[in-house]
Design a protein around this ligand. Structure first.
Ligand SMILES: Cc1cc2nc3c(=O)[nH]c(=O)nc-3n(C[C@H](O)[C@H](O)[C@H](O)COP(=O)(O)O)c2cc1C
Length: 194
């Protein structure tokens, strides 16, 4: 059995359109996959600052990589595939997802930095990013959500990067259902590529 780590950052939960894409993806998983979900809205995640920053530094200096604060990083490192769902906020990803990324970015767990250079250390063969955006940003230089996640995929060494986006969901309410239906179809296809 392979493990798909599903990072749920659909902040509006049941109201979230991004969540529809995630549901379509998860419903279409090929045989042989189990899902491990981390719902970021329910996690005690903190940004790097003050005592938490110092504690992390001390643990890394001592080489103590098995402290419980690194559990998110080990879970991420061990997954066979990564699925992340998050809406588009302020031209990028929500701060909550960025805080999670701060927590999983640990030298010696998810990436390595030594005399051989900087390289990813994750096992996953792919990272799929699902998102929905109020406006139309496909290919735009102002789109810094998916582009950032693609860079993080390279950083972590999480294999192939795929993004499925529902663009323009807040522009014309009459067109939103069709936009979402199309994106859900593409999310279902992305699941088959695992
Ligand atoms: C705080 C916030 C920031 C947003 N920033 C942008 C933005 O920069 N560009 C854009 O096109 N839409 C923006 N939106 C609209 C969302 O991307 C859009 O409504 C998305 O579908 C929300 O996803 P959800 O339904 O999963 O919550 C923003 C919405 C919120 C709440």
């Amino acid at each position: 059995m392979k493990t798909l780590l599903y990072v749920d950052c659909c902040i509006r939960r049941e109201q979230s359109r991004t969540r529809l894409l995630a549901e379509a993806f998860l419903k279409n998983l090929p045989e042989g996959w189990r899902v491990e979900t981390v719902t970021l809205m329910d996690e005690p995640l903190l940004p790097l600052m003050e005592g938490g920053f110092l504690q992390r530094d001390e643990l890394l200096t001592r080489g103590d990589l098995h402290h419980r604060r690194f559990d998110y990083a080990w879970q991420f490192q061990k997954a066979d595939a990564i699925l992340i769902a998050a809406p588009f906020y302020d031209l990028s990803i929500p701060a909550l997802l960025k805080v999670y990324i701060e927590n999983v970015s640990v030298d010696g767990i998810t990436f390595l930095c030594d005399e051989k250079g900087l390289r990813g250390a994750c096992r996953a063969g792919s990272m799929t990013f699902l998102t929905s955006r109020g406006g139309f940003y496909d290919g735009s230089p102002e789109e810094m959500g998916s582009r950032y996640m693609e860079a993080m995929c390279t950083f972590f060494g999480t294999g192939v990067y795929r993004c499925v986006a529902a663009d323009g969901v807040d522009m014309d309410p009459a067109k939103t259902p069709a936009i979402l239906a199309d994106a859900c179809e593409r999310a279902a296809q992305a699941a088959q590529m695992l």
